[in-house]
Design a protein around this ligand. Structure first.
Ligand code: TRP
Length: 333
């Protein structure tokens, strides 16, 4: 049995990139009976950047409903809000005392985000990777599926775990990060050199999993390609076309090679229509399931509560093990 752990921030919209790059792979891992899967909405991470309370609340609930709508099954996996499980914050504090300021200062994401939010370089932004380490280590995760941009955070998680284990013996399982093969990186439709991101200033570059079919078609028709006419999977030289082929492969459940072969001879405009239509069909059932779920808040909150209870039970054991190794006097009762 392998423990799989991953999380996503409930900020903004869930993009097609989030689905293909992350959540779709979570579905696949959930389907394997040898995996015990735990997935969190990393809402404590989200407040490292200032959020409007009403939007944050709505986005968080909406993300929970979306995770269920696109395929996570709360009877198979643990799906919960990070903020519902206090052990995350507590372990993050403890781990802070085993993490060096210099290490955090070197984190690429911290440097990028500091440059982007110069007026709000808060301690949480710097401490982000330590909270992430706490997430992962609490559950004794074997494998942590993430995107490329998070690999450095997995590395630091491993360093911290090894450091603690060196001092106190075998406290933490040292996790492995991995990049799922399928559609690891979906790029912006308007700037295929950069990742499809909910914070993309150009909304035409980003597909939301809840976009209406007409909107999806319009965005694909405007997708940036190149001045060539050849359809080929060549991410180096044909970033736009390669991105479309990668999306098409996932939407049609085929390999990139297969869709590349099938699309030979198509004009770029026809390729874009085909990708758009396939994406519309892939997302259609998600939207209707989402509409059904979001209308039943009591049910969503009940699922989240069950998830948090299951998560806490596991997290508490790890936290106590570490606290006792450090030498804290245990609280009685
Ligand atoms: N930082 C991750 C991201 O933005 C989300 C995340 C938070 C995460 N905690 C995690 C991912 C633990 C994997 C494991 O993508």
């Amino acid at each position: 049995m392998k423990t799989i752990y991953s999380a996503i921030q409930p900020s903004g919209i869930m993009t097609l990139g989030n689905y293909i790059g992350a959540v779709n792979n979570w579905n696949n891992m959930q389907a394997d009976k040898d995996n015990k899967c735990i997935f969190a909405l990393a809402d404590l991470h989200t407040i490292t950047v200032r959020q409007n309370p009403q939007d944050f609340f709505n986005n968080s609930l909406s993300f929970y409903a979306l995770l269920m709508a696109v395929g996570l099954d709360v009877n198979k996996s643990i799906v919960y809000f990070q903020s519902h499980v206090r052990q995350h914050s507590e372990l993050a504090w403890l781990l802070n005392c085993y993490t060096y300021v210099g290490e955090m200062n070197r984190m690429t994401q911290f440097k990028d985000k500091s440059a982007k939010h110069v007026d709000n370089i808060n301690m949480g932004l710097m401490d982000y990777p330590v909270l992430m380490a706490a997430d992962i280590l609490l559950y004794g995760a074997d494998l942590v599926p993430v995107g490329y941009d998070q690999l450095q955070h997995i590395e630091i998680t491993r360093d911290i775990a090894l450091r603690v284990n060196n001092i106190y013996g075998d406290v933490f399982k040292v996790p492995e990060g991995f990049i799922p093969k399928v559609g690891a990186k979906i790029m912006s439709l308007q700037d295929p050199e950069s990742k499809m991101s909910k914070s993309d200033p150009n909304p035409n570059g980003v597909i939301s999993c809840l976009d209406a079919p007409e909107v999806i078609m319009k965005k694909f028709k405007r997708a940036v390609t190149d001045s060539d006419t050849r359809i080929a999977y060549d991410p180096e030289n044909k970033a736009g076309i390669s991105n479309l082929l990668r999306i098409l492969a996932v939407a049609e459940g085929k390999s990139v090679e297969q869709v590349e072969a099938e699309c030979q001879g198509l004009r770029y405009g026809d390729l874009k229509v085909r990708v758009g239509e396939s994406v519309v069909e892939m997302l259609r059932p998600f939207r209707s399931e989402y509409d059904r779920l979001i209308a039943d808040k009591a049910y969503l909150l009940k699922c989240a509560k069950d998830g948090a209870e299951k998560a806490s039970a596991i997290a508490e054991v790890t936290l106590n093990k570490f606290k006792s190794a450090i030498g804290f006097v245990p609280r009685q009762g």
